[in-house]
Design a protein around this ligand. Structure first.
Ligand code: NAP
Length: 309
């Protein structure tokens, strides 16, 4: 039986692993299907303290993993299919195998939010994507008009990145001002290759019949006018949904699925803790997730110490 199992390998998971490893609890980290989490799909992270020149997201996560492993964290590539928190030890089913744990730290992060319009799902990997750094350099997007949807930091980052490959990048946003941080918004709007299209929503991704993206149907939300915009790719960057589905029946979540801790980082199940974006719809930064991972590890260590006395 494991003393501590950490589910997820983003900044929250690895920081929790570092702290519990240094407390000699030999934590087991279950990476999930995307080791390193969503940060591995971003390019340069400019706001993680300690890296004045910025740091590649993948490199940052690899360093965090190495640091945790140096102190005895164990890593298993695996996806948790179900969790039973009804009795102790807790039981997790990981790719068909049972793992027992005295304590669990949930650090499962969040996944990409989808638009939910016709054509989006059907044309995934055929021009519809959720990650510019993963897919932007593909030949199908070179020197083509591309569309980015969203008005946050992610959309700005994706749009800027795509200007390396695209002939033009249309940034489609449902309002008339960006939600992104000031520095990102200013940089984006000053880029001559990025053309914002305000107050507009995509109502369909075209063209399922041709089995590839050829354009999008747009609706102006102020005037109601509809139009078609030709493009070879649609990059959707409209936020995230927490990866909490398998835990929902056993711990408290809010109406959007974010886990609500009850005492510090502990959930309503004693011995089950939470950290990072799966419980945070406000800050959602790598550094706040790392901080939450540290807090969960300390709470977990104290919980185990109290149990053993
Ligand atoms: P976000 O800040 O939640 O922004 C999501 C954007 O998508 C908003 O502009 C929102 O519009 C729009 N949107 C949401 N649902 C939509 C829908 N159904 N249809 C059309 N548009 C929709 O998400 P994010 O940009 O992914 O950023 C998440 C967090 O990560 C933020 O805290 C951000 O600061 C951080 N981040 C930081 C960096 C960086 O600093 N390098 C990079 C990426 C992300 P409204 O504005 O109208 O709500």
């Amino acid at each position: 039986m494991e003393k501590v199992v950490i589910i997820g390998s983003g900044p929250a998971g690895w920081t929790a692993a570092l702290y519990t490893a240094r407390a000699q609890l030999a934590p087991l980290v279950l990476t999930g299907k995307q080791p390193g989490g969503l940060l591995t799909t971003t390019s340069i992270v400019e706001n993680f303290p300690g890296f004045p020149e910025g740091v590649d997201g993948y490199e940052l996560m690899t360093r965090m993993q190495k640091q945790a492993e140096r102190f005895g964290a164990k890593t298993t590539f695996g996806v948790v299919e179900s969790a039973d928190f009804s009795k102790r030890p807790f039981a997790l089913i990981v790719d068909g195998e049972k793992v027992e744990a005295e304590t669990v730290i949930i650090a499962t992060g969040a996944g990409h939010k989808h638009l939910g319009v016709p054509g989006e799902h059907e044309l995934e990997n055929k021009g519809t994507t959720y990650c510019a750094t993963c897919d932007g350099a593909l030949p199908m997007f070179r020197n083509q008009p591309l569309v980015v949807v969203g008005g946050g930091d992610s959309a700005c980052e994706e749009a800027s990145y795509l200007t390396r490959f695209a002939s033009v990048v249309y940034l489609i946003h449902r309002r008339d001002s960006l939600r992104a941080s000031k520095i990102m918004a200013e940089r984006t709007l000053a880029n001559p290759k990025i053309k914002p299209i305000w107050d507009s929503a995509i109502t369909e991704v075209l063209d399922v019949k041709q089995d590839k993206v050829t354009g999008v149907k747009l609706k102006n939300l102020k005037t109601g006018a509809e139009s078609i915009l030709d493009c070879a790719g649609v990059f959707i960057a409209i936020g995230h949904v927490p990866n909490t589905e398998i835990f929902k029946s056993q711990i408290t979540t809010d109406e959007n699925g974010f886990i609500v801790p009850e005492q510090g980082t502990m959930t309503k199940v004693p011995g089950v803790f939470v950290a990072g974006d799966c419980a945070d719809h406000v800050y959602r930064q790598a550094v706040t997730a790392a901080g939450a991972g540290c807090a969960a590890a300390i709470d977990c260590e104290r919980f185990l110490a109290a149990q053993n006395h």
